[in-house]
Write a protein that binds this ligand. Sequence first.
Ligand code: CP
Ligand code: NVA
Length: 308
Amino acid sequence: MLNPIKLASKNFLSSLDTSCEEFHHILEIAKNFKNKDLNIKLKEKVLGLIFDKSSTRTRVSFQVAMSRLGGTTVDLNPTTSQIGRGEPIRDTARVLSRYCDVLAIRTFKQTDLEEYAKWSSKPVINALTDLEHPCQALADYMTIKEEFVDFKNTVLTFIGDGNNVANSIILCGALLGVEIRIACPKGYEPNSLVIKKALEIYKDSNLLKITNDPNTAVLGANVLYTDVWTSMGDENLKEDKDKNFDKFTIDNNLVSKANKDAIILHCLPAYRGKEITNEAFESEKSRIFQQAENRMHAQQALLACLLS
Ligand code: CP
Ligand code: NVA
């Protein structure tokens, strides 16, 4: 029986906090959880959830994953705790890590997440920041692996905003050797440091392409992926974005240019008629709800590895 192996990094703040081997290991453990081939009990372990932004999937999938492991969760947000009144992160982190065995944090700045990790005596997980969404990427690549068995020769085209989800897709793509094409309007490219790090990992393989032309980016792609144009915290940019992203909707025209066996992913929540048409969203190519389910299996595996 495959058992979870402790990860080299104490925390999971970024997609680069695992090695390629560890990433594959987490996906393997997740698969075993999903198939009910693995039954691990982390009795009495407590996961603290700190969510400064809204969440449905991440919050609930962590709660259920922890429950399946025999543990429990406490759910905090700025209005129900002292966090919203400005208690310093370094104090909150030192207190909560004396009660909890692991913390999953959704917040704005990556540097705030890093501050939690610095002061927490227990592992800290990135449950989404403005910069990255590494738990999402675990489920995304799990879904891709279920479809295509391995990542060799897989082309993933992300159409839309070069946001947190895109950044984590790129970093994991670099770790796993997946060809990533990002199609976004000018000025909405992924984070430049993320691109630099990814290129260092890809070395000379030329597998990362950033373009402003969605039509060429989808040619022969195996995976079409999109996310909202306006992320949480960017609401004041919505009007501009709706105009600038006009040509970046996954629709039948773009889908027809991808590989005939291509699948469609979306991290959710989705805005039909904006980043994706209802037809594409509901089509038989969509693996969107399988992807959402995999959040739970992937996070259960991540928790098992971090707490073993
Ligand atoms: N995809 C995702 O993280 O969804 P929530 O915002 O609902 O957690
Ligand atoms: N990019 C989106 C992802 C939501 C899960 C956001 O940050 O709002």
